[in-house]
Write a protein that binds this ligand. Structure first.
Ligand code: ZN
Ligand code: ZN
Length: 410
């Protein structure tokens, strides 16, 4: 298969398996200007699948950097209503959303972290209807990735620009299961494997998970009553199956925001808003971060944790074996979409409320009481190592080894 055919297949995968676009639906696409050719491929695939229209919003990180350098914090956080509405408008219209990720991991290096996080916060607030529609699964969405030059050169610093982009494309194609056999079929098989894991965990309904490794991690994460593990895709409220992340190797649920205790160490660098945070630790008491450290990006981590109260609590717990399709490539992608799928991770911030069994019948307050966290941010960070042990603790105290030496023990 040549490159153009792979691009076509990839676009089709995002449209048909990712958001699973239905006849006469609108497709909203967020795409970096550098990758416009891929937005066009998405548009072709979407119309072919019966979409009514495709609306593309182009973003430009380099322009964004210029604004962050020169504009005041007041200007940056003053999101014009038309701009918010250009997203929110579609949240009420039975549309689907595709986001193309291509960020250069260090594009915002040196920018005042306070400015950056204030702007992220203001944007999230202004587009809350869209964010809520996605977090609840009402608006089916898919994130897929396309190399930008800055990203490819960060991942492969020793290669010529063209080669770096090609290598990154190859890695992406491998990660999303594009090759000689039918990728749609391969995703079906993959889904079956993930379904077997989530069924087991949903049956067990562990009360807590205990993490331990030689980095120093010794953390107990409580799980809410009636939590639900998910993996791969899920059914949206309209009963249509969709796969939000491509690639995805994780099974995940929400932790109980107030029942996290101990210390956890990061195992991979984290690219947050174009800045790298590395070799960091978080100490939790009754669910809240009470202490933290970072060898790189301490101020960025500080600004992130200070976003709001929910940013100091956990919103996701995800299990991925140390040996997986992505981790076995032994590439550090500096992109959470990939790196989070190479390693067990947690997220601070907002939780996916549809991981509570009865979330549809619950008010926001009831979900909070049940343990769901609420924040303007949701940031995954990687904690998996080859010696990670995870033990499932049942309500009666029974301990079940879940992970040994970084991999599933069940
Ligand atoms: Zn995750
Ligand atoms: Zn996450």
């Amino acid at each position: 298969m040549n490159f153009q055919e792979k691009i076509k297949q990839y676009a089709r995968l995002s449209v048909a398996v990712g958001v699973n676009v239905q006849k006469n639906q609108e497709v909203l696409v967020q795409c970096p200007v550098e990758c416009a050719y891929f937005a066009r491929a998405i548009a072709e695939a979407a119309f072919e699948a019966g979409a009514k229209d495709v609306i593309v919003h182009y973003s430009d990180d380099k322009l964004q950097r210029v604004r962050l350098e020169h504009a005041s914090i007041d200007t940056l956080t003053d999101i014009p209503p038309w701009k918010a509405q250009s997203n929110n408008f579609y949240a009420d219209r039975d549309s689907v959303y595709i986001m193309i990720s291509a960020s250069d991991p260090s594009v915002f290096e040196g920018i005042d972290p306070k400015k950056l996080s204030a702007q992220v916060k203001a944007t999230r607030q202004a587009t809350k209807p869209t964010v809520d529609a996605r977090m609840s699964g009402k608006m089916r969405w898919n994130i897929c990735a396309v190399p930008s030059l800055g990203w490819a050169q960060t991942v492969f610093p020793d290669l010529e620009p063209e080669q770096a982009i090609q290598r990154l494309w190859d890695a992406i194609f491998t990660a999303v299961r594009i090759g000689d056999s039918d990728p749609v079929e391969r995703w079906k098989q993959h889904q079956k494997t993930l379904d077997a894991r989530t069924s087991y965990l949903n049956r067990m309904q562990f009360d807590a998970l205990h993490y331990k490794n030689s980095l120093g991690t010794d953390l107990t994460v409580g799980l809410p009553d009636n939590h639900r593990w998910k993996g791969g895709g899920d059914y949206g409220p309209a009963g249509v199956f969709f796969v939000p992340n491509m690639p995805t190797e994780e099974v995940f649920t929400l932790p109980h925001k107030d029942r996290v205790d101990g210390v956890v160490y990061s195992s991979l660098p984290l690219n947050y808003n174009g800045n790298v945070i590395d070799k960091f630790s978080l100490t939790f008491k009754k669910g809240i971060v009470t202490d933290y450290s970072a060898e790189t990006g301490y101020e960025v981590l500080q600004a992130l944790l200070d976003t709001d109260d929910g940013a100091k609590q956990l919103g996701e717990v995800a299990l991925i074996p140390y040996h997986s399709l992505i981790s076995d490539m032994k590439i550090l992608f500096y992109n959470t979409l990939f790196d989070e799928n190479a390693s067990c991770h947690l997220a601070i911030g907002d939780s996916y409320t549809d991981c509570l069994k009865d979330h549809k019948q619950m008010t926001e307050q009831q979900m909070r009481d049940a343990g769901a966290n609420h924040s303007l941010v949701h940031v995954d960070f990687m904690i998996g190592t080859p010696d990670l042990t995870i033990t499932g603790i049942s309500k009666d105290g029974t301990q079940t080894p879940l992970f040994q030496n970084g991999n599933w023990a069940i």
